[in-house]
Design a protein around this ligand. Structure first.
Ligand code: PGA
Length: 258
């Protein structure tokens, strides 16, 4: 059984005081909810990580970063390493987000280096993949995903791959209000799982969690989470509002996977 995981990607939003306010609000809202069936992760910007970590201490809500560099330390101006993220209280790290691929030259090869560093340090990676609208319209979705999945996850052992979380985020659905239909999400995520089964084996592919991301909101959470190969959500915009993020967690908690 795969536990549903809902992660909030705050992107480049929230000053430190705003982040503390949002985290406190969520903590308050979730304290009256039974969300034991769901893993909840907040991914604020780097500057707010340690303060949000303090807010979350004593709760089941986990902290994640939005990116990382693969070296532990060195002359790499502007970068942040795995040991630094652990020190700030992180358990999870998002890598390969389409905004990083699009605007910051992230490639499958750099994602793979980051993934290896994350696993070496015992952090949990959330590896994002997804096709653009043009690629989907050219019927290249599966080809693009095969390339992203195989290259981003290259040379990862069987014992490590089961720790990896994959986030399928169609680029055309991110921040656009245009969500993939539950059937589209399921079809694509099943394809990813079959791919993992071919590279590893069925038992391993069945244990890997695959999130959906792209305009997830309370109104579409239940139907998405009900899909057999959708094991959670990576939420952008709706994770910046206390009530909508809490509602997404509530809806997800009601959908149990057998
Ligand atoms: P969105 O972002 O929910 O605002 O579409 C999702 C993401 O980029 O992870």
């Amino acid at each position: 059984m795969r536990k549903i995981i809902i992660a909030g990607n705050w992107k480049m939003y929230k000053t430190i005081s705003e982040a503390i306010e949002l985290a406190n609000g969520l903590k308050r809202e979730l304290s009256s909810l039974d969300y034991a069936a769901v893993d909840v992760v907040l991914c604020p910007p780097y500057t707010a990580l340690s303060e949000v970590s303090e807010v979350l201490s004593g709760t089941e809500i986990k902290l994640g970063a939005q990116d990382v560099y693969w070296e532990d330390e060195g002359a790499f101006t502007g970068e942040v390493s795995c040991p630094m993220l652990k020190d700030a209280g992180c358990t999870y790290v998002i890598i390969g987000h389409s905004e990083r691929r699009q605007f910051f030259s992230e490639t499958n090869e750099t994602v793979n280096k980051k993934l290896k560093a994350i696993l070496k340090h015992g952090l949990i990676p959330i590896v994002c993949v997804g096709e653009t609208l043009a690629e989907r319209e050219r019927n290249e979705t599966f080809k693009v995903l095969e390339n992203q999945v195989k290259k981003s996850l290259a040379e990862i052992s069987q014992s490590d791959i089961v720790k990896v979380i994959i986030a399928y985020e169609p680029v055309w659905a991110i921040g656009t209000g245009r969500t993939a239909t539950p059937a589209q999400a399921e079809e694509t995520q099943k394809y990813i799982r079959d791919l993992l089964s071919a590279v590893y084996n069925k038992t391993i592919s069945e244990s890997i969690r695959i999130q959906y991301g792209g305009s997830v909101k309370p109104e579409n959470t239940t139907e998405l989470m009900k899909q057999p190969d959708v094991d959670g959500a990576l939420v952008g915009g709706a994770s910046l509002k206390i009530l909508s993020f809490a509602d997404i967690i509530k809806q997800a908690g009601k959908v149990s996977k057998g």
